[in-house]
Design a protein around this ligand. Structure first.
Ligand code: C2E
Ligand code: MG
Ligand code: MG
Length: 824
């Protein structure tokens, strides 16, 4: 079985170059008898030899010389063939020279035919050595091949490969690496790593190498300097190169060029930075909220509004946490709306991180981002405007001196009390009251003391009433009270008594005791009247009667109190004839430019010369004319006369003068009002833009949609519109914004106390600012002193009207005035 296994090894192929068959067979016999399993061929010519080499033999045994061939020739051919087959010369004795030349030609050994016993041993040895040589050769070629392979990989790599030694000198760099650095592989050899970086980056590189020394492999970005001085950003995968003893011998890096990626990143970063810069100079807050209302981004203005020193303080916080609780619900519903694609505006109050409250107005729109839909809000600080509005609102409803409700609020409360009383079967009483001879007291004590007294009166009256009642100041020394929710009319006597008691004790002023007394008129509902205005009128008639009779301090209204009514009837009768009798005149008051003091306009003010009573103030007869409707023909006359006069002045050279005409609510309400204006313009041939129509807040407040259309028609005619007595009615900012008005005339009530009272100053200033924020021209009325003029001028009022510059005067006197005050 062992023999069978041996046969598995192929026999050794032996080529015998020998002319003698016997000798050849002798060799074979010897080898086989020594245990060799061989396969053999014998040749004795050159062609056969060449052919046999292709067999190929594993060993050649060759005679030295043959008739047609020789060992030397065979060796020569073998070399030419390039194969490493052991060659043993087997011959008779040859000369030493021949032996040497045979060995030189490459024979491994030679065995004398006379000493053939050596043959087997020689063959064995040569076969073994040939094996070793072959193995060596094979390893060498495979090593060479793999080196070639690696070199190819390294050279064609898309990445740079860079090896440095322990002194950071380049031991290897591939072509790609050299190309990245703008140099050649040869240039790089031996060069220090540090030659390829900026001074400023060396420390970082040094630290990196330190980590390599500690055996750490890692990936990081690094900037190299190319040979031409430009930079290249790379990503390095570096690992240390260690020897068998784990000593640091250098480092290897795979290097990727990320310059483009870096440039793109830088561009994005620069863009973001630029955007942030732009947003930060934006005076309005720009913010981005996520779907849960959390702050994602906010500019500098926004941070200031929330009193945050840095974005970190608000980032990720819910915007709701800054919003006052009562505005959270509307804020959330706006957020929901915006997230569904809508948009909207909201006013709300916030409390900043340092506790400051602010009013903000935000406009929110949806913004689709990589993180989903968000809310982009642009927010303005409207605190100043809100305060001005609240101030105006307060002013519109309160008396500045006593802080009591004024007539507007009083009537409102009275109306409400009447409605409540009717529903619940209760009674309402109204008291109007004035102080006896207050004017005399005021004149003798001085205005300041007079004011102080009025404040004390206000206090005592308020103290005399219950909660739910209203005490108001209606005029100089005129007060009124609503007694709401009374069980019976009899309660009213008790209340009147209490009010009288309030005047029972003397008032103290600067150590002085002053006795005041009051006269009152009282009206009741149900009973006397059912409307607030009617009830007020009834109470006033009753007070009038109290004064006349001078016997009791108060009277209840009764229907026979017709005296007042009669008076009114008489006046009405006279008023009806006044137009026909040409008893009306126009007076004119100049309006000057605040900066140049030159006349820029004229206001026409109507006067009634009553044949018996003399001059009657428009304050007295205009309400009556409105009540009776007579204001319409009177107003038309005023309009025509003013236009005619304006045109006459224009013709005399004062072409720049505007003519302002007051328009009553009753006139404005007429459907043909615009036609009347047009007719007056056509008739007078006055340029429309020289005509200013003055309308009051209450007129406009009452204006319906139709009223707005009328304003538009008037604007269409080319005339200007002014809002007269601004501040005395209730004009919200939002409302004013919508009105097509060119000019606001600040009522003289707000000018009076300038510049001595701080609150008046602040109010006037706020009004001017607000008007300018709406692009309206501002005229201040009732300016009587130089100090008022200077204050208003320095706070930006555009034009000034008042006694300081000129009281209302007739046309002739105004002509003279103009000659003195206005260059033509
Ligand atoms: P208004 O339109 O606000 O007119 C300004 C009033 O202030 C005028 O009172 C004017 O004489 C007065 N005034 C002007 N400068 C000063 C000043 O420096 N100090 C003081 N204390 N008062 C000054 P007047 O003429 O008594 O007119 C009162 C109101 O009657 C007017 O207020 C206006 O609402 C109305 N009115 C006058 N004429 C007409 C008119 O033709 N048609 C209509 N519908 N109303 C008129
Ligand atoms: Mg006016
Ligand atoms: Mg006015």
């Amino acid at each position: 079985m062992a023999g069978h296994e041996e046969k598995m090894i192929p026999p050794t192929r032996v080529l015998i170059v020998e002319d003698s068959l016997d000798d050849a067979e002798m060799d074979v016999h010897l080898l086989r008898s020594d245990g060799f399993d061989i396969e053999w061929r014998r040749i004795e010519s050159e062609p056969a030899y060449i052919e046999a080499l292709a067999w190929p033999p594993q060993i050649i045994l060759s005679d030295c010389s043959m008739p047609h061939f020789s060992a030397l020739r065979a060796l020569e051919l073998l070399r030419a063939h390039g194969t490493d087959i052991p060659f043993i010369v087997v011959s008779g004795t040859v000369g030493e020279d021949t032996a040497v030349s045979l060995m030189k030609a490459g024979a491994q050994d030679y065995v004398l035919k006379t000493n053939l016993a050596r043959l087997t041993q020689a063959v064995k040895r040569e076969l073994r050595e040939a094996d070793i040589r072959r193995a060596e050769r094979e390893t060498r070629t495979s090593l060479q091949e793999s080196e070639v392979r690696y070199r190819r990989i390294v050279e064609t790599a898309e990445e740079g490969i860079w090896m440095i030694d322990a002194d950071s000198r380049t031991t290897f760099a591939n072509g790609k690496m050299a190309e990245m650095l703008g140099t050649s592989v040869e240039e790089m050899a031996g060069r220090s790593l540090f030659d390829f970086m900026e001074e400023t980056d060396r420390q970082v590189a040094q630290r990196n190498i330190e980590r390599r020394r500690r055996g750490i492999r890692e990936q990081h970005d690094f900037r190299f300097r190319r040979l031409d001085g430009s930079h290249i950003w790379t990503m390095l995968s570096t690992s240390p190169v260690l020897d068998q003893n784990h000593q640091y011998r250098g480092a290897l890096a795979m290097v990727t060029d990320i310059t483009q990626r870096k440039a793109a990143e830088d561009a994005v970063r620069r863009q973001e930075h630029l955007l942030q810069l732009i947003l930060d100079t934006e005076p309005e807050c720009v913010k981005l909220l996520d779907a849960d209302g959390r702050i994602v981004q906010m500019n500098a203005a926004g941070l200031a509004m929330l009193e945050a020193d840095s974005i970190e303080q608000v980032m990720g916080k819910s915007s709701l946490s800054f919003i006052k609780p009562e505005y959270r619900e509307p804020f959330q519903s706006l957020t929901r709306e915006v997230l569904q694609g809508g948009s909207g505006t909201l006013e709300f109050e916030v409390i900043g991180l340092k506790g400051t409250r602010r009013w903000l107005e935000t406009h929110a729109v949806p913004l689709t981002t990589s993180r989903g839909r968000m809310v982009l809000g642009v927010t303005r600080d409207i605190t100043a405007r809100k305060h001005a509005e609240q101030q105006l609102d307060y002013l519109a409803h309160h008396d500045a001196l006593t802080a009591l409700p004024n007539r507007t609020l009083f009537l409102d409360r009275l109306q409400q009390a009447i409605i409540d009383a009717e529903r619940r079967g209760r009674h309402v009483g109204v008291v109007t009251l004035d102080i006896v001879r207050f004017k005399t007291i005021n004149d003798s004590l001085g205005r300041e003391s007079g004011d102080a007294l009025l404040r004390s009166v206000a206090e005592r009256l308020s103290a005399a009433t219950r909660k739910g009642d209203t005490t108001a100041r209606l005029g100089a020394d005129e007060f009124a009270l609503v007694m709401a929710d009374m069980a019976s009319a009899n309660d009213m006597s008790r209340v009147s008594q209490k009010i009288l008691e309030a005047f029972g004790r003397p008032f103290r002023l600067d150590g002085q005791e002053i006795h005041l007394s009051a006269v009152m008129g009282i009206a009741l509902c149900p009973g006397d009247e059912r409307s607030a205005a009617g009830l007020m009128r009834a109470a006033e008639i009753a007070r009038h009667r109290t004064k006349k009779q001078d016997s009791t301090p108060y009277q209840f209204y009764s229907h026979d109190m017709s005296e007042h009514a009669e008076e009114i009837l008489r006046l009405e009768h006279d008023l009806r004839r006044a137009l026909d009798r040409q008893e009306f005149r126009l007076h004119y008051q100049p309006v000057v430019d605040a900066r140049t003091r030159r006349a820029i306009g004229i206001e026409a003010l109507v006067r009634w010369h009553h044949p018996e009573r003399g001059m009657i103030s428009p304050m007295q007869f205009i309400p009556l004319a409105e009540e009776t409707g007579l204001i319409v023909p009177i107003g038309t006359w005023v309009l025509r006369e003013a236009c005619r006069q304006a045109r006459a002045w224009h013709a005399s050279g004062w072409r720049h003068l505007d003519m302002a005409v007051n328009v009553s609510a009753v006139q404005f309400a007429r459907a043909d009002f615009a036609d009347t204006v047009r007719a007056a313009l056509v008739e007078s041939r006055l340029k429309p833009r020289s005509l200013v129509l003055e309308l009051t807040e209450s007129t406009l407040m009452r204006a319906s949609e139709e009223g707005y259309e009328k304003l538009a028609v008037l604007r269409g005619l080319g005339v200007s519109l002014a809002l007269d007595d601004f501040g005395t009615g209730y004009s919200s900012f939002a409302y004013l914004k919508r009105l097509p008005i060119d000019t606001l005339k600040i009522d003289r009530a707000f000018i009076n106390d300038i510049p001595l009272a701080d609150d008046s100053n602040a109010i006037a200033d706020a009004m001017i600012k607000m008007a300018h924020s709406l692009d309206k021209h501002v005229v201040a009325e009732g300016v009587e002193t130089e100090a008022q003029f200077m204050f208003l001028k320095s706070h930006g009022a555009d034009a000034i009207q008042g006694y300081l510059l000129g009281a209302p005067m007739d046309a002739e006197r105004l002509g003279q005035w103009l000659a003195g005050h206005s260059g033509k």
